[in-house]
Design a protein around this ligand. Structure first.
Ligand SMILES: [Zn+2]
Length: 169
């Protein structure tokens, strides 16, 4: 088996977090914060469970990291790994927490995500380096499989409903 690079190793940890979300019925997106070559915080999408628009994987991981360091400003050289290209809210959180490097897996398919623009805009006097496509295939199949199985489930439910109405008629 091919040896994983350092980035792939941490992306694996983010994938593991995403799978935890999947087991709870969430869209599988996971994130980890890495400092001095160690995972210091993990998070996964919990939007459905918490019914919070802000419960993205990156936000959960950054919140946990800030709590750990007792500081809204994360120490220098903190990295964030996330299985899907971050949305503008999460990019904003990364800049606010002064994350220095962001690695993401799958590219956002729907529309623009402004990742590069926000990384380079020097908002808050901070720029961050973004690298996309780390274990991209693995990260995107995780999402594709989730949405396919969700659609199939909905189709089955619809057919079941149709069948039961036909029987009662
Ligand atoms: Zn987000």
């Amino acid at each position: 088996m091919k040896r994983l690079t350092r980035e792939e190793k941490f992306m694996r940890a983010a994938i593991k977090a995403a799978k935890r979300g999947l087991s709870e019925g969430e869209v599988p997106i996971g994130a980890v914060v890495v400092y001095e070559d160690k995972v210091v915080a993990r998070g996964y999408n919990r939007r459905t469970k918490l019914q919070l628009a802000s419960a993205h994987a990156e936000m959960m991981a950054i919140d946990k990291a800030c709590k750990k360091f007792h500081s809204w400003r994360l120490p220098e050289n903190c990295e964030l790994y996330v299985t899907l290209e971050p949305c503008p809210m999460c990019m904003g959180a990364c800049l606010n927490a002064r994350v220095d490097k962001i690695y993401f897996g799958a590219y956002e398919q729907k529309g623009r995500s402004l990742t590069t623009e926000l990384a380079e805009a020097n908002l808050l006097n901070h720029t961050t380096i973004v690298t996309g496509g780390v274990l991209g295939q693995e990260c995107s199949s995780l999402l594709t499989e989730f949405f396919t199985s969700m659609r199939n489930k909905q189709k089955e439910e619809k057919q079941l409903k149709k069948k039961s109405t036909m029987e009662t008629e």
